[in-house]
Write a protein that binds this ligand. Structure first.
Ligand SMILES: [Zn+2]
Length: 131
C-alpha cells in the first residue's frame, strides 16, 4: 500500500533512481538511508518499504526483522564511525501534517555517540540536532 502524498512512498516508487545515500541497503521490508537533515555524521534512517504510520501497523514479518536491523545498524555505525554507543529513536509523524514534506510517516533513527562525548554530541541532544 502506498500513499500518493507521502514522501517515503514517492521514494519507494522510484527506488532504482535514488542516490546511494537514500538506499544504502535494503531488504524486502526495510530501506536504510542517510539522514540529510542533520549536521551529525553517521545518522542513519530505517524506513519501512510500504506506507506505515505507526508501530502497531507493522506485519509480523516486518516486526521479526526489525530487531535484526537494529543490531546490524548499530554494529555498522560502530565499525564506520568508531562510536562507543548508538542511540535509536522511533518517530511516527503524519507526513501530510508536517511543515517539511520530506518527513517520513514512520522511521527509526540511529545516532552514533561516544561514551565521553559532550552532551551536545550525544543522544541526549537528539531532538535539537535534527533539522
Ligand atoms: Zn508512505
Amino acid at each position: 500500500m502506498t500513499s500518493p502524498d507521502c514522501y517515503t512512498c514517492g521514494q519507494e516508487a522510484r527506488i532504482e533512481e535514488l542516490p546511494l545515500s537514500e538506499r544504502i541497503v535494503l531488504d524486502r521490508h526495510w530501506r536504510v538511508a542517510h539522514a540529510f537533515d542533520t549536521a551529525l555524521p553517521g545518522w542513519l534512517v530505517l524506513l519501512p518499504r510500504r506506507h506505515v504510520t505507526a508501530v502497531h501497523e507493522l506485519t509480523d514479518a516486518e516486526a521479526a526483522t526489525l530487531g535484526t536491523w537494529q543490531v546490524r545498524l548499530s554494529r555498522a555505525l560502530r565499525d564506520v564511525t568508531g562510536c562507543v554507543k548508538t542511540y535509536v529513536a522511533q518517530f511516527a509523524e503524519p507526513s501530510y501534517r508536517t511543515p517539511r514534506p520530506a518527513v517520513p510517516p514512520m522511521s527509526w533513527r540511529w545516532v552514533p555517540g561516544a561514551a565521553a562525548s559532550p552532551p551536545s554530541t550525544n543522544g541526549s541532544s537528539l531532538s535539537t540536532t535534527a533539522g
